[in-house]
Design a protein around this ligand. Structure first.
Ligand code: FES
Length: 130
């Protein structure tokens, strides 16, 4: 692993938060990185439009796993509408490192998952910022 990765990324990679699956999820989505074939899934329990619980699962590199782990830590207790405002900058800020162009799809795999989950939950997304 590249030694420039921050300790926090390595910690999230080795001990991913909210890793696993939920029983009877209200939302289950998958996303993959077409460049490497790695796949992640996300399960949500929702109540009145608020995330009660979240898990992610699957395989990926340190950047993709840490990014998903960090994102899930921020999701519980937030409304779907709040989460719809999550941007790529938010994700990159969580990681706190300079992400190369080649690794950008790894870093943003979690954002793709979140957005798929929101669409699955019936939220209309505005992608104009991208
Ligand atoms: Fe596959 Fe990063 S190399 S997600």
């Amino acid at each position: 692993m590249d030694s420039i990765y921050k300790e926090e990324i390595i910690d999230h990679y080795k001990n991913p938060r909210n890793f696993g699956v939920l029983d009877a999820p209200d939302v289950h989505v998958q996303a993959n990185n077409p460049l490497c074939g790695d796949k992640l899934s996300m399960d949500l329990h929702l109540k009145d439009g608020v995330v009660e619980d979240v898990r992610f699962n699957g395989r990926g590199c340190a950047i993709s796993q840490a990014s998903a782990s960090m994102l899930t830590e921020e999701m519980v207790g937030k409304s779907l509408d709040e989460l719809a405002k999550t941007t790529r900058e938010d994700i990159l800020q969580n990681l706190g490192i300079e992400v190369s162009y080649a690794r950008m799809k790894c870093a943003l795999l979690s954002l793709g998952l979140l957005r798929s989950a929101l669409v699955e939950a019936g939220v209309a997304l505005d992608f104009e910022e991208e």
